[in-house]
Design a binder for this molecule. Structure first.
Ligand SMILES: NC(=O)c1ccc[n+]([C@@H]2O[C@H](COP(=O)([O-])OP(=O)(O)OC[C@H]3O[C@@H](n4cnc5c(N)ncnc54)[C@H](O)[C@@H]3O)[C@@H](O)[C@H]2O)c1
Ligand SMILES: [Zn+2]
Ligand SMILES: [Zn+2]
Length: 378
């Protein structure tokens, strides 16, 4: 089959690789209909992870079940499914309490809980930017979708970024009526903003510097804040009578940068501490890593991010972090799509054949104007 393979910094290629096959009776093989490029893939693309050359990328996968192992009984060949990016066993302590993003059994890497398709340090699993994908524990992991092609681009957001955006608002302890600030207008930030609106926010601020992304934020009813023009914190304080937002979402991650493009991994955390009111919650879904050899300081190379913890404590704020447990939300979010209450595909900008993946990566990576979210069609 054809698949997108990582071949070193800023190099991916679409190659012929062996088809995946059933390895355990609990596996299924899914024929991919849509697979997205994610901002998380860019951390690997930019050479800022330890991902090995030859890895098949892709963790945002949607498709049709092609084949199931002997022990799979709930899903069957022909079912249309969304594949959560987390690979979870369904029976360990973390899985049974709903934290499938921290499954204790699926990642053989010592000291790391939680596994994913096609990702650095997340286990030996191939990704789905390919024609076919092997899905472990298929009965547990796969989410059934209505048959046909309807809502394909909306459902394609269910494997990661719509649940992740929603999780950001959940970690922030968001309540109806809250004023919410979201840092980052990438796909995750935009869907955190969409989630906050659905959950009854009274106002949502979205901070970024990319004009096209801020325009999308405005289009869904959020207030855009351009951090390249003025201090974003001051803009939020001014807009909230000096009080600050009730809660905030971090949707940028460790490659946060200033308007000049220089990286400061603590910048967005500091801005959240300053722009969220005392006792407010902060949900961090942007990724931070324990080792980053490409980081700007020696401390940050070891994952030690010196943010303004003193003010954070003094303001009595709370912070939640980590990978999203997709299964906690994806059924409900699917139903919001079916009934028309949610339309996360508003940010999809490009739909490319799989063979054009290298171009898609390059354009999305340079945040080229208008390249907000790229879908690949194998
Ligand atoms: N926790 C999870 O489960 C999970 C899942 C998916 C993605 N992620 C992470 O979420 C983050 C965002 O993902 P994405 O796909 O939207 O990525 P993206 O790279 O497309 O978007 C990040 C945005 O942040 C903006 N930005 C940079 N510095 C900023 C600053 N100082 N202030 C405000 N905005 C700033 C950039 O201009 C960009 O538009 C990434 O770190 C990704 O790895 C986490
Ligand atoms: Zn993703
Ligand atoms: Zn588990």
């Amino acid at each position: 089959m054809r698949a997108v393979v990582y071949e070193g910094t800023r190099t991916v290629a679409v190659k012929n690789v062996p088809d995946p096959r059933i390895q355990a009776p609990t596996d299924a093989i899914v024929r991919i209909t849509t697979t997205n490029i994610c901002g998380s893939d860019l951390h690997m693309y930019e050479g800022r992870t330890s991902v090995e050359n030859g890895k098949i990328l892709g963790h945002e996968n949607t498709g049709i079940v092609e084949e199931v192992g002997n022990a799979v009984g709930r899903v069957k060949a022909g079912d249309r499914v969304s594949v959560p990016f987390n690979i979870a066993c369904g029976t360990c302590r973390n899985c049974v309490s709903g934290w499938t993003s921290y499954c204790l059994r699926t990642n053989p890497v010592e000291g790391t809980d939680g596994a994913a398709y096609g990702y650095a340090n997340m286990g030996p699993y191939d990704g789905g930017q390919a024609e076919f994908l092997r899905v472990p524990y298929a009965d547990f992991n796969l989410l059934e979708l209505p048959p046909g092609r309807e809502h394909e681009n909306d459902f394609a957001m269910l494997s990661d970024i719509f649940p992740t955006g929603w999780h950001g608002t959940e970690l922030a302890g968001m309540q109806p009526g809250d004023r919410v600030v979201v840092f980052g207008a990438g796909p995750v930030g935009l869907l955190a903003a969409h989630s906050a609106m659905i959950r009854g926010a009274s106002e949502v601020f979205v901070v970024d510097k990319e004009r096209d992304r801020l325009n999308l934020a405005q289009k869904i009813g959020a207030t855009p804040v351009d951090f390249s023009r003025h201090d974003p914190v001051q803009q939020i304080l001014d807009a909230t009578g000096g009080r600050g937002a009730d809660c905030g979402v971090e949707a940028v991650g460790y490659q946060a940068h200033d308007p000049g493009g220089e990286e400061h991994p603590e910048l967005v955390l500091d801005n959240l501490v300053r722009s969220v009111r005392s006792t407010g919650g902060i949900g961090v879904v942007g990724v931070y890593v324990p080792q980053d050899p490409g980081a700007p300081t020696d401390q940050a190379k070891q994952g030690r991010i010196a943010f303004d913890y003193g003010t954070f404590f003094t303001k009595g704020q709370r912070m939640g972090t980590g990978q999203c447990p997709v299964m906690r939300y994806n059924r409900h979010l699917r139903d919001l799509i079916i009934t028309g209450r949610a339309e996360p595909s508003f940010l999809v900008s490009h739909e490319l054949p799989l063979d054009e993946a290298a171009d898609g990566y390059a354009k999305f990576d340079s945040r080229q104007n208008g390249w907000t979210k790229v879908l690949l069609r194998p």
